[in-house]
Design a protein around this ligand. Structure first.
Ligand code: ZN
Length: 83
């Protein structure tokens, strides 16, 4: 089965990974949680569901592709699957 076209690899911040993997928002402020849930909802509206990937970069200044955070830090792979 070749469905690579239906899969997009994203790099997301640790907060997004925690929410996507475990729905863990314990340590986060309302603004952060709102940005993450908004990002997940936007991907959903585009036709994708987000699941945790395997890779992680140790450090990056790249914008988080889920919540758009520009805070430097670890980035983790998130896979967007066509739903
Ligand atoms: Zn994020």
């Amino acid at each position: 089965m070749n469905n690579t076209k239906e899969t997009i690899k994203l790099m997301a911040c640790i907060d997004c990974l925690l929410v996507i993997a475990n729905d863990d928002t314990n340590e986060m402020g309302n603004d952060t949680v709102g940005a993450i849930r908004g990002g997940i909802k936007d991907w959903w509206a585009e036709g994708y569901i987000l699941v945790p990937g395997d890779d992680s970069d140790t450090f990056s200044r790249a914008r988080c592709e889920v919540c758009s955070s520009t805070l430097a830090g670890a980035r983790h792979e998130i896979i967007a699957l066509a739903r």
